[in-house]
Design a protein around this ligand. Structure first.
Ligand SMILES: [Zn+2]
Ligand SMILES: [Zn+2]
Length: 381
């Protein structure tokens, strides 16, 4: 037998006339290769849960596909599950039945990987953003691309690359925790890492988090862990701001109806402006207004992404220089998943990273509707 039956959320080319996020996703029966057909370094994982990240929506909204996104394909890049089968040449200590978390893939050999900064792997794009053609087969016998971020976690059973697998067998992770930990491999580590590994604020900092989805709320909880005295949560959805206040935000700012964001950002941060800004919105007007509100010697961290060619910030160099501003890019929270994810699990168990408060579970058939919920979304697959 050369294939096994599975199911997956398959993305097809979006119809931009009637497009809403997820409207080009559908749950379909698919075939996956059986164990004896696995290639070097491939593992079959029975998924327990998957997070839905902004990147899944962003990449499947590209009309007509772009190089690296051959429709139809299976997205999903933060999953958890159990190992079903192991292909040839797998070097990691992994056994059938092990509980695993899935994160981004990296080559393990380039300078960034060797320095424990795999999010900046020299091969990040081809290993992650490109999906591999023909990993799955649909009912019509047509190839469906997979191994998105090395995993395509939107499949009931998926073909996963060894580089994306983090074995949590020795961390005593039970089934309920494993479900909850699915988004650690992207959204949570991105937000928490932006603070803990990139901005590294101190107690006196005035930290402002723009956008209070799963990434922003994780950043906010990380700032609380560091004892930052002023933590400002900014969003245009009231319920998110209320939630942020229960997780450590000392101030909330609802941007609805505000026409001078720079002044509002300064005012909410004691008139001087924030000293650290974490942007998870990827929305240029908000980024620009926030950049101009930054206090002297402030730090701005770019976390939110966009595929738009207009995703450009023009900066007055003299103002930038005289203010001593630090502008920092941040991908995947600069995480070294093998060390950072176990650390995040420890923070959760200590009650400092309240994943249960920012998660909501959906059956996989309800995923398109779940995209309207204002928080971290996960699906049982
Ligand atoms: Zn992501
Ligand atoms: Zn590398």
């Amino acid at each position: 037998m050369s294939s096994t039956s599975s199911q997956a959320i398959v993305a097809t080319a979006p119809d931009l006339e009637n497009y809403t996020p997820g409207s080009n996703w559908s749950l379909q029966p698919i075939s996956i290769p059986s164990q004896d057909k696995l290639a070097d370094g491939e593992i079959l994982v029975d998924m327990l849960a998957t997070g839905i990240c902004h990147t899944d929506i962003l990449t499947t909204s590209v009309p007509g596909g772009t190089p690296g996104f051959p429709y139809p394909y299976v997205a999903g890049h933060e999953g958890s599950g159990y190992v079903r089968a192991i292909g040839p040449g797998v070097k990691k200590d992994i056994k059938v039945g092990d509980p695993v978390l899935l994160s981004f893939d990296s080559c393990g050999a380039c300078g960034s990987c060797a320095a424990k900064h795999p999010a900046y792997c020299a091969h990040f794009f081809p290993l992650n953003i490109a999906a591999t053609e023909g990993v799955f087969t649909n009912e019509d016998g047509e190839g469906v691309a997979g191994k998105f971020f090395g995993q395509s976690s939107f499949a009931k059973t998926s073909v996963v690359k060894e580089g994306s697998v983090l074995n949590v067998r020795d961390l005593g992770v039970g089934r309920e925790e494993l479900k909850l930990f699915a988004p650690l491999g992207c959204g949570i580590q991105t937000g928490a890492g932006a603070v803990l590994r990139v901005a590294k604020p101190v107690k006196e900092d005035r930290v402002m988090v723009l956008g209070l989805g799963g990434v922003g709320l994780s950043a906010l909880m990380a700032a609380k862990m560091l004892g930052c005295e002023q933590i400002i949560g900014v969003d245009k959805v009231k319920s998110r701001i209320e939630l942020a206040k229960t997780l450590g935000a000392t101030h909330g700012l609802d941007t609805t109806g505000l026409d001078d964001l720079t002044t509002s950002f300064k005012e909410v941060a004691g008139g001087q402006g924030p000293t650290v800004i974490i942007d998870t919105t990827g929305h240029v007007p908000v980024i620009k207004a926030a950049y101009n509100s930054l206090a002297s010697r402030g730090t701005f961290v770019f976390v939110g992404a966009s595929l738009s060619p207009d995703f450009v910030l023009d900066i007055g160099i003299t103002q930038h220089m005289m203010n001593g501003t630090r502008l920092l890019g941040c991908s995947e929270g600069d995480s070294f998943p093998e060390e950072f994810i176990p650390q995040l699990i420890k923070y959760y168990r200590e009650g400092n990273l309240q994943l249960d408060k920012i998660s909501k579970f959906y059956q996989v058939r309800c995923i398109p509707e779940s995209l309207t919920w204002n928080g971290m979304r996960q699906a049982n697959v």
